[in-house]
Every structure is written in structure tokens, then in C-alpha cells.
Design a protein around this ligand. Structure first.
Ligand code: GDP
Ligand code: MG
Length: 163
């Protein structure tokens, strides 16, 4: 049975960029249950010979400045129910935001493994800026660049180890 990894986080942190980098094959979008599921993209991936399903959450932001915190919470809660592992993406360019803190609070209440991922660390210089994300209270983090792929191998090593 394939395990499920969900990518969560507030809009524009790079969830979909990471998803697109990691998937090998996109699955049909399941849209039977509610409006929420239509905004989720499903894919398949494997790493070190271990297969898993990947969910990209939060398609609701497209073309809109109205970001509803409730929508984000709903997506995160759904992901917590549905997934075995949560990958929580944050953005080193903006630093910690209130919405990041809200998501972190939801995730801390779950007993599933959470991988905190600081994205957009495109250069070594940005590595140092990631330390502020310790304030989210989720412990260690992985720094990656979804655009150039750096750090994603180490992240996947750890994720499949926890599957
Ligand atoms: P989502 O809303 O969380 O799914 O974020 P997207 O994947 O749509 O990305 C939002 C923006 O961040 C886009 O303009 C991406 O090109 C940009 N982005 C994503 N990953 C990176 C990265 O690793 N480095 C930089 N510099 N930009 C990134
Ligand atoms: Mg997206």
C-alpha cells in the first residue's frame, strides 16, 4: 500500500513548484466529495525505491488576493486526516508570517510526522536567514530551493525513511 505525503502551507511559498518537481506521474483529480478536494492535486513519486502518493494542497489562491484563512485551515486539517506525513513549506524570502504560525499551530496538534521545509533558499547566503523558522516550534527544518532542486534529495531521504 502506498503511503501519502501532503504538502501544506500558506499561498505562494512554493508548494506547487515543489510538487511539480517531485512527481513522476499525475493522478486524476478526485473531486467527488466537496469543493475542497477539487483544489488538491494528486501525484505519484518514488525515492530510493519507495513509492508514495503526493498531495499538493491549496489551488484556491489562483488569481486572487483574497486569501481566506479558513480555507487554508480547512486544507491543512484535511491533509492531516488524509496523509501519513505532512510537508510544511515556508518561504525564506518573506520570513515567518502570521499565517505560517496558524498553520504551525494546527500541525503541532497532529501526531503525524511534520517536515518543516524552508523554501527559496536558492543561495548559500539565504541559508542563515532560515534560523528564524525555529520560532514556529516545530524543531529542525530542511532548506531547499524548489526552483533549482537543491536540498530536495536530503528532504526526500528523510521523508521516505519516515514512511
Ligand atoms: P504555492 O502557492 O505555495 O503553490 O506556490 P507556487 O509553487 O505557485 O510558487 C509561488 C511563487 O514562488 C512562484 O512565483 C514560484 O516561481 C516561486 N518559487 C517557488 N519555489 C521557489 C524557489 O525555490 N526559489 C524562488 N526564488 N522562487 C520560488
Ligand atoms: Mg499552489
Amino acid at each position: 500500500m502506498s503511503r501519502i505525503v501532503a504538502i501544506v502551507g500558506r499561498p505562494n511559498v512554493g508548494k506547487s513548484t515543489l510538487f511539480n518537481r517531485l512527481i513522476k506521474r499525475r493522478e486524476a483529480i478526485v473531486d467527488a466529495v466537496s469543493g475542497v478536494t477539487r483544489d488538491r492535486h494528486y501525484g505519484r513519486s518514488d525515492w530510493n525505491g519507495r513509492e508514495f502518493s503526493l498531495i499538493d494542497t491549496g489551488g484556491y489562491v489562483v488569481g486572487s488576493d483574497d486569501i481566506f484563512e479558513q480555507e487554508i485551515d480547512k486544507q491543512v486539517e484535511l491533509a492531516i486526516d488524509e496523509a501519513d506525513i505532512l510537508v510544511f513549506v515556508v518561504d525564506v524570502e518573506t520570513g515567518v508570517t502570521g499565517m505560517d504560525e496558524d498553520v504551525a499551530n494546527l500541525l503541532r496538534r497532529s501526531d503525524k510526522p511534520v517536515f518543516l521545509v524552508v523554501n527559496k533558499v536558492d543561495t548559500a547566503m539565504r541559508e542563515a536567514n532560515a534560523v528564524e523558522f525555529y520560532s514556529l516550534g516545530l524543531g529542525e527544518y530542511y532548506t531547499i530551493s524548489s526552483i533549482n532542486g537543491s536540498g530536495t534529495g536530503e528532504l526526500l531521504d528523510a521523508v521516505v525513511e519516515a514512511l
